[in-house]
Design a protein around this ligand. Sequence first.
Ligand SMILES: [Zn+2]
Length: 353
Amino acid sequence: MIWNQSRECMSRDEMNELQGRQLVKLVKHMYHNAEYYRMKMKLLGIEPGDIQGMEDLDKLPFTTKQDLKRADWGELFAVPQNEIIRYQTTCIAAGSEVMIGYTKNDLRIWKECAQRAIHTAGQQNTKELQSLIQDDMLWAEKSALQKSAVKENIICDLCRFAGSWFAGACKYQKGMHVQEDYFLAEVLDANTSTAVPDRCKGELVVTTLSKEAVPLIRYKTTNITSIHHERCECGRTTARIEKFCERADEVLLIRGNTVFPSYIESVLMDLEDIQAHYMVSVKKEANLDIVEVFAEPDEPGCFSYTDDEILKSKIARAVQSAVGMKPRVILAENHSIGNFEGPKVTIADDRSL
Ligand SMILES: [Zn+2]
């Protein structure tokens, strides 16, 4: 069942228009009420009137984890204290907790998103989800969530942002539906901070379109994901993001290219004739980044020298497609890499040693 048909199933054009309207309103609200953002926009020479809709999104500055740590607590709040009816400490990014507040309207939206999350996940999860959300309501989220393995499984299919139910997977399990009328999700190239095409990986950047108490504009989450905008089999038209695979600060930079460890893993896993355990090492030689791949042939010693060379160039081509440069491939002895209990691909960055 879809909790809010008119919002979760609207056309892409309608959604774009709605997000544009919300963005214009949000920028005005923040400029006039949140000291921190007013200063930030003034520094860039931007005024609220410069933002007319989604087409002006790129003009707005990013907000980083460091910004939130640096800002004085009060500077982030965009409403007077007497309008805040609840406070909550939230883990806005790993290792970084901030105090946020909710106005009456913020809580109304929070509840709406929670209801949608319950219905998006489907009936089978309803009881666990309801108790999870009740835990939230008691503001005991962190300790309660960590205690329960069942709950951790559910959390894998849901995603919260700044304390709100930002996205959740439906029964088709093809990405997490973003509550786009309340949250604007961008997926940007980690180097250039420009949008990547649909289904390509990049950093998730979130704007809280409707929050009143502590809104955030273009918050760089450091989570790596991809986004796409096709209508889902469940009927929802909202954008879907993939479950987070790694964080932007774990991404490798090899000869100026952004390389996702999970991408190296997926191209290696697709190869035949080699065992499913690999080691990838990145090091510096004569000031140049070098990638070495250690792999085990399925039947070592059974091939001729020519067969080995063919296998090596096949591995090299696959890895080159992931890292943007030709790696050095070393065929290793049988059972010399990893074990069947451990991770399939070990990636070591030895450049800082
Ligand atoms: Zn769906």
